[in-house]
Design a protein around this ligand. Sequence first.
Ligand code: WT7
Length: 665
Amino acid sequence: MGDVIESKLNETRVFQPPIDFAQKSNIDKDELDNLREWVKKDYEGFWRHFALKKIEWFKPFKKVLDDSNSPFYKFFEDGELNVSYNCLDRHLKTWRKNKAAIIWESENGNTRIMTYQELYIEVNKFANVLKTLGVKKGDRIVIYMPMIPEAAVAMFACTRIGAVHSVVFGGFSAESLRDRIEDAKPKVVITADGGYRNGKSIPLKSRVDNAVNGIEHKVDYIVTIRHIDRDVHMKPLRDFWYHDLMSDEDYASIYCEPERMNAEDPLFILYTSGSTGKPKGIVHSTAGYLLWTMLTMKWVFDIKDEDTFWCTADIGWITGHSYTVYGPLAMGSTSVMYEGVPTYPTPAKWWELVEKHSINVLYTAPTAIRALMRLGNDWVAKHNLSSLRLLGTVGEPINPEAWMWYYRYIGNENCPIVDTWWQTETGGHMITTVPGVLPAKPGSAGQPLPGIFAEVVDNEGNPVNNPDKGGFLVITKPWPSMLRTIWGDDTRYKETYWSRFNGKYYFAGDGARKDEDDYIWIMGRVDDVLNVSGHRIGTMEVESALVSHECVVEAAVVGRPDEITGEAIVAFVVLKDSADKTRHDELVRELREHVQKEIGSIAKPQEIIFTDSLPKTRSGKIMRRLLKDIAAGNEIKQDISTLEDATVLDKLKELREKMENGNGD
Ligand code: WT7
């Protein structure tokens, strides 16, 4: 890696913040300049100030940063607090008590609104339920749920008693869920009978049954929320209905004392893909994480008390954690939760929601924008979107065409767009254009936020300040919401993020360039991680899923640029001699389904290409870049002298020609 970063974008448009937005924005130019100066001069004083101001502490901290055991940094480590207390209890002392905390809507039109008071009661009761089930501080809980308010209830109930939740995206398969359960070793799994998606129902509870069936780690209890009235199997003494437990006064008494947590106690684990086959359990801390979700809500989303805020991400991803649950609720905002896809029952569903709930700030992903854009403007035009005042994107670089559409048709050229670069590991936004102050350039995330020190460096770690030259994106100072480690694997934490630049910089895994205005342009991952619809998928994960099929000897997976999903998965597969190659189409279908079963539908290859062998270097490393070019139909320019067997290339070229003529798949 490292030799390949060339800049392709050549976008020069600049969009100044709308004047009336700028007049009311939470931060103005002077303040932004001051914040930047302040943190440069007095790094600890800056973080001390905000941590004391934003968080309600049970015991305030004295020490800001402990860097004596880097890269295992600690922030505010002698402080004590509780996240559910900060997100709920403290609002009850104010007029927000009866403010909507969560506005929920499902794709079938069902809605629910939960006030802070209602959410508080539900969380307290469920926290007591978990305690009665034997859950203690530090125990793990896996949450495998649809996008319903109870998912947030479950998360807050964990934080109330100091249990560490690990939310697993409901689109992941039973096998993926099992891997995560085996790693996190939860006492309890919380799920639902099912969820709605694209007009279909998703059988969550039965997947949990499959996941725990025969595994080594024993899950004590499975708690199931009834949501879609689907028949599920309930195993006596292990499985309980949420509503039964919650209506039992002995189990679910109405107040649960919030646990005094240390600032550095783990708040949650969230699994994400890396460049090996095994997902990494990213561990986030209690105080640092909370602080940064709050500050970014204020600075980046310009959140005001009267706003209705909608982040479209599923709670199974970090975006849903930070900007559907923790950030908005810690700020006392109204957070919208939507269960379903953007295009069901019609491609107007999201715009209908914006109008109906009078949404002010909308945060979504380029892949959704592109998918909706493709369906035409008529769907948008049917609805009054004038409540919107700020738009955001996340997950991958946004192509200028999609940016312009979002700006023009959704924002009516009246809303700033914040393109936010960050990662599961960073906990919250890192690079963006503070709205109302910094102009936006379509395709660039912008500048590091105050408190965040990001650089683009070359192989040796020297800054690259040439707008035409790419390098590696690194973070040069610790920040409060950074991951603390990989669950159970400190070594992998050090190796993955800190070894690339000798422990000096956090290496994000992205290539980037910095222009003359210090705007950072993300150029994509430089490791073996794909970005499909804004979701990280490790090529190795898909490869191991493929080779676990009885007909497959070897597989190599690469990404190919895709108009809607950003990248699409292409798999080159070597079949066993025993496989019946005349069953070509059937095998393709079988393998795609197999990957879906192993990982989930997001990892299903778009294309599978059978080949007799894979191009490898003499040391046996698969030459992925070559395959990438072949998959994309590009001219092959790279040096192929290291190829172990040059005839492979001819065969692959032949395959490509076949593909182009339409008989490849
Ligand atoms: C990777 C992190 C953070 C929530 C979403 C995904 C890519 C993310 C942007 C952006 C260009 C972006 C990067 C990053 N990415 N946001 N605004 N512009 N690329 O979280 O699954 O942890 O993935 O997503 O490649 O490393 P994630």
